[in-house]
Design a protein around this ligand. Sequence first.
Ligand SMILES: [Zn+2]
Length: 73
Amino acid sequence: MTGTTTEPLTAADRCDRCGAQAYVRVVLPVGELLFCAHHAREHAPKFEAVATHVHDETQRLLEEHGAGAGAAR
Ligand SMILES: [Zn+2]
């Protein structure tokens, strides 16, 4: 284990679906996917079946922007 996949996500990390800031990194046997909180929820049933690791920082939305920013909870 090198630990590279657990590095914090930054503002430069973008959702692969919509380009918003990514808060979830999904590590797959063939590579990585980045998702915003919205798309992480939307695609969770699919990627959770195949992911080797899921790095979820969606709680930071609440810490940084307050309870209203995360939408739906
Ligand atoms: Zn997205």
